[in-house]
Design a binder for this molecule. Structure first.
Ligand code: ZN
Length: 257
């Protein structure tokens, strides 16, 4: 018997055994997007996958393969689409990917699902995908599927944010390739962080509206929206401990585990 939390590492009989045991399934949803000169394009895949892996171990769950592409990067939250390597899906494409994956998991017996977002802009397209999936699942006569959908970064204690940001939290929409994501990447994949390349051109100063086309200089040239200085694997561990503990507690409570 393979002892793995990753669905892609299970055989089909092992998958079937987990679904019969009513294991909760985690579906991380990421992006392939620039994260400044110091982080890899796959940060939004690496981080939610790492959170889900640990939460799945806590609650006896399974992690479905992470969706590696996300909805388009927006200038005020991710730097926008112009940076080399940022490779995105249209909103409706992402919604349909979510719909199809959830639908097939349900057809194969999964009843407890957690869709874990790791890329800010994915929020509403993923909500739409869950809605479309639930319509199809019910149409197929399956009425006992429960889907939880959330952003992993919301599962953090105020005290932890105060420890990580003694000068005040800049807000999650500016936290792109900045202290939170850099610290968590230092924890999970330090080999991929170039700490001598933290940029100095942030924090971004955005108005409260979008303008298309974007004016030159609107987004910091580095693509980093707040500060990465002060990031550390230790802070990454504080954040990870919160994410895993609070998500596991919520999943247990929702599914009666
Ligand atoms: Zn990110």
């Amino acid at each position: 018997m393979v002892d793995s939390v990753f669905m892609a590492e299970l055989s089909w009989p092992e998958f079937a055994a987990r679904t019969q045991a009513k294991a909760p399934f985690f579906l991380p949803v990421g992006a392939t997007e620039q994260h400044g000169p110091h982080l890899p394009l796959g940060v939004d895949v690496i981080l939610p996958t790492g959170v889900c892996e640990r939460a799945a171990r806590e609650v006896g769950g399974v992690v479905a393969p992470t969706i590696p592409y996300g909805y388009k990067s927006q200038p005020r939250s991710g730097g926008g689409q112009a940076f080399p390597g940022t490779t995105s899906l249209a909103a409706h494409t992402l919604s349909l990917v979510i719909r199809d994956v959830l639908h097939d998991l349900a057809l194969h017996g999964v009843r407890r699902l957690a869709v874990v977002n790791g890329h800010f802009e994915n929020n509403w397209p993923v909500v739409e995908g869950v809605d479309l999936a639930m319509r199809e699942i019910r149409r197929d006569g399956i009425d006992d599927v429960v889907v939880l959908r959330f952003e992993y970064w919301d599962f953090v204690r105020r005290e932890t944010l105060d420890r990580v940001f003694p000068d005040g939290f800049p807000g999650i929409d500016l936290e792109h390739a900045s202290l939170l994501e850099t610290s968590l990447t230092l924890l999970l994949r330090p080999d991929l962080v170039e700490s001598d390349k933290f940029p100095n051109d942030g924090p971004a100063q955005f108005p409260t509206y979008d303008r298309t086309p974007v004016k030159p200089g609107f987004v910091p040239a580095s693509g980093v929206l707040a500060r990465a200085q002060g990031s550390s694997a230790e802070k990454g561990q504080w954040l990870m401990d919160d994410h895993v503990a609070l998500i596991s507690r919520m999943v247990r409570a929702e599914f009666g585990l």
